[in-house]
Design a protein around this ligand. Sequence first.
Ligand code: GH3
Ligand code: MG
Ligand code: MG
Ligand code: MG
Length: 315
Amino acid sequence: FTRPVDLPALENRLEGCFNSLQNEPFRVLIVDDDLDLARRFEAVLSSAGMLAEVVIEPTQLLQQLAHFTPEVVLMDVNMPEYSGPELAQVIRLNDDWLRVPILYISAETDATRQMQALMKAGDDFITKPISDNALLTTVYSRAQRARRVSHALARDSLTGLLKHADIKEQVAIEMERAARMRRPASVAMIDIDHFKSVNDQHGHAVGDNVIRALANLLRQRLRKIDRLGRYGGEEFLAVLPDCDAADAKAILDEIRSAFHDLYFTGAAGSSFQCSFSAGISACNQQSAWQIVEPLEKADAHLYKAKKDGRNRVVA
Ligand code: GH3
Ligand code: MG
Ligand code: MG
Ligand code: MG
């Protein structure tokens, strides 16, 4: 028999843990030569709020992957030109698709033959006939997990912040949005002062504590709409939407002062203080709502802050 599934209840249970991950609908690619079946799966998944696309022509698979960027692939096993496991192998050749769950949908119930397919590529079997609810829960839990994994991997392990490439991408997205909406936005490049000597005097573990402390402070003081990442070792990058250069400087100066007030425990129980310097670049009306190279300009201002004596913010 089929048990009715209460998807909203399922989501409620997960809420709070990773609420922000729920906002976007899950994207599911269905690869099947049987169009009627594929359309049925598509309808079932769509009715639960997921985005589903169908590939009937295996030759279009790679193009569709790149275009649609699915979070789960539902793969038929027996197709006329290529088998499902062969296509799954092709998908796995590309590093971009190492993590996408590939679920075979098949009438195959023989464990040995299932195993042979899974040895080639792919992650699991859903055996036909399958109830709508069973399909939904399986796809939902797979997509959920895949999304959590990719979010976790996108985070820097020391600070939990976005990594270099991801914060750079966020800067580009937010600056483009600001120019389009004719709104100000600022970019801040933040670098701890004389950090090498912190490591030299107190050791790497203490240095790590300083990096974590600044990451936490930035996270606490910046707004929810701001994006923050660890750009490099002791360097952070933030993008502040709806914030002009003067506002950004005021916020960063407050954080700078709060950071300078912290006392750290160093080698042999000694206590010490740290500071950072920051450079800001902004997108505003004067500059025709765009700046050509926000990162380069922020970096140039950071360089000036260092040269002018450190523990300061240059906008
Ligand atoms: P400045 O004021 O000009 O920024 O001087 P600085 O010493 O901070 O700059 P520099 O770039 O010369 O040194 C940065 C140091 O940060 C060098 C590197 O060993 C250290 N570092 C990079 N990543 C980490 C990390 O994850 N943990 C620790 N403890 N140190 C790191
Ligand atoms: Mg088939
Ligand atoms: Mg540095
Ligand atoms: Mg430094």
